[in-house]
Design a protein. Structure first.
Length: 175
């Protein structure tokens, strides 16, 4: 991955399970799948949105708690229960008049493989499956759900001079 490629990024697209979570789920008595998210990933996500980047989540998983978490961080483009990530990715690019070179996708497992091959830059957490690592331009040293998302967001925003927030709030990541 070349730094000049990171300089072109305007849009971040993330899988959720295994990227923003550690991939483990608990089941509540009502049958809802419960996940944990890292607060540092949340801070970086909301900052990217504030700084004018597009942030999009595409996941086969679903759940009201996930929807609420990401809406609270200001992420408008949340696609849950997705069967065909390539279709959603292509539609997203068309609807937003984006070229693939502007996009960075972070995934962790086989359902992300094809869409990652279409993105401008493919990235993954340290604990992604080997097939995903093989096609990634960048493998974060951090695991999914353990700040891999923060890692790549921080790299891009710092490179583009947009990392620091003049008026940060302690409440920004904990929404």
């Amino acid at each position: 991955m070349l730094l000049q490629d990171l300089g072109k990024i305007t849009t971040f697209i993330f899988d959720i399970d295994g990227v923003l979570t550690n991939g483990e789920v608990m089941t509540s008595t009502s049958g809802e799948l419960l996940r944990t998210f890292h607060i540092k990933d949340g801070y970086a996500l909301q900052l990217a949105v504030k700084k004018g980047y597009r942030v999009c989540l595409i996941s086969g998983g679903r759940g009201q708690a996930m929807q609420q978490r990401f809406e609270a961080l200001g992420i408008p483009d949340i696609y849950l229960g997705v069967g065909d990530k390539v279709e959603v990715f292509n539609n997203y690019l068309t609807e937003n008049k984006l070229c693939k070179e502007e996009t960075l996708y972070m995934g962790d497992d086989i359902p992300d493989l094809q869409v990652m091959q279409l993105a401008g830059i493919a990235t993954c957490p340290a604990d992604a499956c080997e097939d995903i690592k093989a096609i990634s331009a960048y493998v974060s040293p951090f695991k999914g759900g353990k700040t891999a998302v923060r890692d790549i967001l921080e790299k891009v925003l710092k490179l583009q001079g947009k990392w620091f927030d003049a008026n940060p709030s302690a409440a920004d990541a904990s929404k």
